[in-house]
Ligand binder design. Structure first.
Ligand code: DOR
Length: 443
C-alpha cells in the first residue's frame, strides 16, 4: 500500500515524551512529516483526529495465537483481528502450537501462514527442547528462543539445569524464559491432589517456584553473559531480586493481569483467572507496579492465551491456563494512566518503544520521521465497558469483562494502512514479517 494519508491535529506523543498537536503525513507506509500544519498534497485521505491522541502502535511481545493445530481456540486471522482492534500493530508469538515451533520448517510454516492471514506485523519465537540446539542457534528469522522452564508439557519443557546450560552456552540470540520451577510444582501438586477450587492454582505454583527458576535463569545468563528476557514476571520476590542484581543484558516484562488482578479474581471469575504463572497477592501487584515504574521491569506483554469457554468450564484442575489480552491491554494501561498510576508516555514506552528496543525491531515504536506508520489513535475522553460480545478473539471472553475503560482505539494503522476504524476491521489488510537485530537490554 503506497497511498498517502494525512492525520490532522491529533495530540501526538513524541519520542521525548511530550505531546504535540499538529499534522502527520504518511507516505509509502512511513511517517514522512510531522508539523504544526501540513498543506494537502497527493494525500489520498485525511483523517480529522482533533479529539484523539496518536500513539505508536503497540508491540505485544508475548502472544499465543494457536495456529497451527489449536485453531478451535484462535488462529492467525482472528488473533490478528483482535490485535488490530486493540491497537496492537505487531506481535511476537510463542512456539507452543501443534506441531511446536522447534525447527526451521515449523518457523517457515508459521511465517507463510501469517503472510496470508495476519492483519498486523508478526514475529515468532523458536521453542527450545532438550535436543534442538542447532535449530536454536541457526533458525531465521526469529525474535528469540523460548524456554518453558516449567508449566509446559512434552518436548517444550526444559526444566533441568543440565539441559538448560548448553542452550545458554551456545549462540547469541535472546533467550526468553517462562520461569517456573517444575520440580517444585510437581512436589507441591502432591499436597493438593483433591483441589478443585482454582484458587489452589496460585498455591501449587507458588512464588517460590517462580523465584527458583528466575534465579537459575539469571545464574546461567550471568555465567555466559547471555541476553536473557524474563517473561511475565509475577512476584514481589523476583522483582526484588532484579532490583538488587540485574545485569545490563537482562530484561523483564509484566502482564496487565499480574498488575491489575490478584487471587481475589478466582472468587469472581473462577477458572477464567487461571494462568501460568498464576495470579498473586495484592502485595505482589504493588511490587510489580513499583518495579515497572522504577525501570526494574522493562515492558508489558499480554501473554494472550485464548482457551474456549467449554475448556474453561471443565472444572479445576482439568482446565487450561491462560487468558486473552491483546484487545484490552492498551485501554487497560491508558485507564491506569488517566487514574494517575503512571503517565501516558510511560504506558506507551512500556508497550511500544521498549519492546522495539529490547528485540531490536528497527523503525518501530515511535512517532518520528522515517519510522513505520504503525500507529493508533485513541479516545481518552470517553469510557466504555468491556463486553465479550464485541471481542474479536475467537475465544469470546475477557477476564476484564465489565471493566469501564478509556483509551479504546478509534483507528489503528499498520504500515500506513487503516486496519481498524471505529468498529470496522479492514480484513483485506496484511502485516509484514518483523526483522530483528541483536536488541538492547534496559529498554
Ligand atoms: O497461562 C498460560 N497459558 N501461560 C503460558 O505460559 C502458556 C499459555 C498457553 O499457551 O495457554
Amino acid at each position: 500500500m503506497s497511498s498517502e494519508l494525512l492525520i490532522r491535529q491529533p495530540r501526538m506523543l513524541l519520542p521525548s515524551g511530550e505531546f504535540f498537536v499538529g499534522d502527520l503525513h504518511i507516505q509509502n507506509g512511513k511517517i514522512a512529516e510531522v508539523a504544526t500544519k501540513i498543506s494537502a498534497t497527493e494525500a489520498s485521505r485525511e483523517i480529522d483526529a482533533r479529539n484523539l491522541t496518536l500513539l505508536p502502535g503497540v508491540i505485544d511481545p508475548q502472544v499465543h495465537l494457536r495456529e497451527p493445530g489449536l485453531e478451535h481456540k484462535e488462529d492467525l486471522f482472528t488473533g490478528s483481528r483482535a490485535c488490530a482492534k486493540g491497537g496492537v500493530t505487531s506481535f511476537l508469538e510463542m512456539p507452543n502450537t501443534r506441531p511446536p515451533t522447534t525447527t526451521q520448517a515449523a518457523l517457515d510454516d508459521k511465517l507463510q501462514r501469517a503472510a496470508k492471514k495476519s492483519l498486523v506485523n508478526y514475529g515468532f519465537f523458536i521453542g527450545a527442547t532438550a535436543e534442538n540446539l542447532p535449530d536454536l542457534v541457526e533458525a531465521e528469522p526469529t525474535c528469540g528462543i523460548k524456554i518453558f522452564m516449567g508449566s509446559s508439557h512434552g518436548a517444550l519443557l526444559v526444566s533441568e539445569e543440565e539441559e538448560l546450560e548448553p542452550i545458554f552456552a551456545n549462540g547469541e540470540r535472546l533467550i526468553a524464559v517462562h520461569a517456573e520451577d517444575q520440580s517444585r510444582i510437581n512436589q507441591r501438586q502432591k499436597q493438593f491432589t483433591d483441589a478443585s477450587d482454582p484458587a489452589y492454582h496460585s498455591q501449587i505454583k507458588d512464588n517460590q517456584a517462580a523465584l527458583n527458576a528466575t534465579k537459575l535463569a539469571l545464574k546461567l545468563s550471568k555465567k555466559y553473559q547471555r541476553r536473557l528476557h524474563i517473561l511475565h514476571l509475577s512476584t514481589a520476590e523476583e522483582a526484588e531480586l532484579l532490583r538488587q542484581d540485574k545485569p545490563s543484558w537482562v530484561t523483564a516484562e509484566v502482564t496487565p493481569q499480574h498488575l491489575l488482578l490478584n487471587t481475589d479474581a478466582y472468587e469472581k471469575i473462577g477458572t477464567l483467572a487461571q494462568m501460568n504463572p498464576p495470579l498473586r497477592s495484592p502485595h505482589d501487584n504493588a511490587a510489580l507496579w513499583q518495579a515497572l515504574l522504577d525501570g526494574v521491569i522493562d515492558f508489558i506483554a499480554t501473554d494472550h492465551a485464548p482457551h474456549t469457554l467449554e475448556e474453561k468450564a471443565k472444572g479445576y484442575p482439568h482446565t487450561p491456563s491462560g487468558m486473552p489480552g491483546v484487545e484490552t491491554s492498551l485501554p487497560l494501561m491508558l485507564t491506569q494512566a488517566m487514574a494517575g498510576h503512571c503517565s501516558i508516555a510511560q504506558a506507551s514506552h512500556w508497550m511500544s518503544s521498549a519492546p522495539a528496543q529490547a528485540y531490536g525491531i528497527p523503525n518501530k515504536g515511535a512517532i518520528a520521521h522515517g519510522y513505520d506508520a504503525d500507529l493508533v489513535l485513541v479516545d481518552l475522553d470517553n469510557y466504555h465497558p468491556i463486553v465479550s460480545e464485541k471481542l474479536q478473539t475467537k475465544c469470546g471472553w475477557s477476564p476484564f469483562e465489565g471493566w469501564n475503560l478509556t483509551g479504546l482505539p478509534a483507528i489503528t494503522l499498520v504500515g500506513g494502512e487503516i486496519v481498524y476504524e471505529r468498529g470496522k476491521l479492514n480484513t483485506e489488510a496484511r502485516g509484514k514479517a518483523l526483522s530483528f537485530s541483536a536488541g538492547e537490554a534496559g529498554g
